[in-house]
Design a protein. Structure first.
Length: 493
């Protein structure tokens, strides 16, 4: 049985594709229907944006419920003659005919038909986004490389630059060119570079992938190079992140691990060492300004590290910012852009009296608030009745004078991807085992190495990497990278 009400199902659908009924309220009950993004991809199963994902809200919207050019044309063609607002059954039944009716239009007036854009991986509502027609001849060359396909010599130079941080010497190039097994030599070189300081060391390439996840601010940093108001040390977070991404470790530990990692810079390079102490033991060893305060059984990787709780939860009772940042940083969904919405029936409850039940807010908060409840027992800078940066079942009692007595009834159980979870540890397990986590992880490295999102012609290779991360690669980033450098997207000049 669905946990989502008919009204919320419609709101979710209109938030992605059905803007024609975005202002409607539905009173008639109905059977659970597939959401509009899924329905769109049932029509265009081979469209690049439907490969391993659901259609994005920007297909039809600027900021919902506002329509873009394509959405305006769809609204006009969707179930003509039917009274507005449309019932969800009528909307879903009319979606395919409406989409088909505008395939031969050029909604954004860029010279390409809507169908050409959808199937070519570009936006039918953005004149600056057009499908690219590629052609190549076997004789095409650039700097001596074969530009019509994978070129091992080009890939070798790129691996040296991307992973070792330098161009190959003339001798290294000649040795590679003479190799009878260039594929094997390329992967041998990758193994060498994966251990380089440039790749995995302090302030190296992997280290810097974590910037947007951690959000370092030197002014409130403690420990090495601490700021004027030392509140937490994000070196713990960077060290832990790099550790989870290297040496064939299970990358899910970034969300599920219950230990910590220290970093030491030596003449031989950066050394990472796993450790596990109680909050009391860590405070005695490193001092109050640096200790990690969450007990072992309540830890969930980086999202329960002191820095993450300090910089996101801060003084709030229901840590919506914390949940939104975790969802965005590790799963690739930005709720402010209406991504990854999974509305829950009878939500939001507005336990902290913040006014999130008003119509303009409720469609997002019906996902965000249940996503946030499991974070509510983890203390930030203060405001609750627990020690800073700790886990406390009774934390919310400290907020009743500010947010009202009802805040103490906020459940710790919540939802992620529409699936119920008992607490944050279970939240993190579901998140780490999701396709969204695999996709976000692969996309981090794809963007780092190819400097852009996958193109329409590259979606197949990208999705193969996403699928393999949890199977053939055994959740190892390094195993995934060995396959990534074999893709044509990486090795074709």
């Amino acid at each position: 049985m669905s946990t989502v009400s008919p009204k919320l199902r419609l709101l979710a659908a209109t938030g992605a594709l059905g803007a024609v009924v975005a202002v409607a309220a539905v009173s008639a009950p109905g059977e659970a229907q597939p959401p509009a993004p899924d329905a769109f991809c049932e029509v265009y199963t081979d469209a690049p944006l439907c490969e391993g994902a659901e259609a994005d809200c920007t297909v039809c919207h600027t900021t919902p419920p506002s329509l873009n050019a394509y959405g305006v044309d769809l609204a006009a063609a969707l179930s003509p003659g039917e009274a507005r607002p449309l019932h969800e059954d009528v909307f879903l039944e009319g979606l395919e005919p409406g989409l088909r009716a505008i395939e031969d239009l050029d909604s954004d007036d860029d010279g390409y038909l809507n169908l050409e854009e959808i199937m070519g991986g570009s936006s039918p509502s953005d004149a600056g986004s057009t499908p690219i027609a590629l052609s190549c001849k076997d004789t095409d060359k650039s700097d001596g490389y074969d530009v019509c396909g994978y070129d091992y010599d080009y890939a070798f130079k790129k691996v040296m630059l991307d992973f070792c941080g330098r161009s190959p010497s003339m001798l290294e190039r000649e040795d590679f060119r003479r190799s009878s097994n260039k594929g094997g030599a390329l992967h041998d070189q990758l193994d060498v570079c994966l251990d380089s300081e440039f790749w995995r060391g302090f302030d190296g390439r992997v280290w810097n992938i974590a910037n947007r996840k951690i959000g370092p601010q030197q002014a409130v940093k403690s420990g090495r190079d601490g700021g004027e108001i030392p509140l937490a040390d994000y070196d713990d977070d960077f060290a832990y992140f790099v550790w989870t991404q290297t040496d064939d470790r299970d990358v899910r530990l970034v969300l599920t691990g219950q230990t910590f990692v220290s970093m030491q810079r030596t003449n031989e390079g950066t050394v990472y060492e796993e450790w596990n102490r109680s909050p009391r033991e860590d405070a005695d060893l490193r001092g109050y300004d640096r200790y990690q305060g969450v007990i072992e059984e309540r830890r969930a990787g980086l999202i329960t590290h002191r820095w993450f709780l300090m910089s996101n939860t801060m003084f709030t009772s229901i840590p919506r910012t914390t949940a939104a940042q975790a969802y965005r940083a590790f799963l690739g969904y930005d709720i402010s852009k209406l991504e990854g919405l999974h509305p829950i029936a009878d939500e939001p409850q507005d336990y902290d009296n913040k006014g999130v039940q008003v119509e303009a807010c409720a469609s997002c908060h019906s996902t965000l608030d249940p996503l946030s409840y499991p974070f509510s027992r983890y203390e930030g800078i203060g405001g609750g009745n627990a020690q800073q940066y700790s886990y406390s079942p009774r934390r919310l009692e400290g907020f009743k004078d500010v947010d009202g007595i009802r805040v103490t009834t906020t459940p710790e159980a919540g939802y992620i991807f529409g699936e119920p979870v008992a607490d944050l540890v279970e939240w993190a397990e579901v998140a780490a085992n999701s396709r969204a986590f695999r996709r976000s992880t692969v996309l981090d490295y794809w963007r780092l190495l190819l400097r852009e999102d996958p193109r329409a012609t590259e979606r197949g290779e990208f999705n193969d990497l996403v699928d393999a991360l949890g199977t053939d690669h055994g959740w190892s980033v390094e195993a995934m990278l060995h396959d990534l450098i074999d893709t044509e997207a990486y090795g074709a000049p």
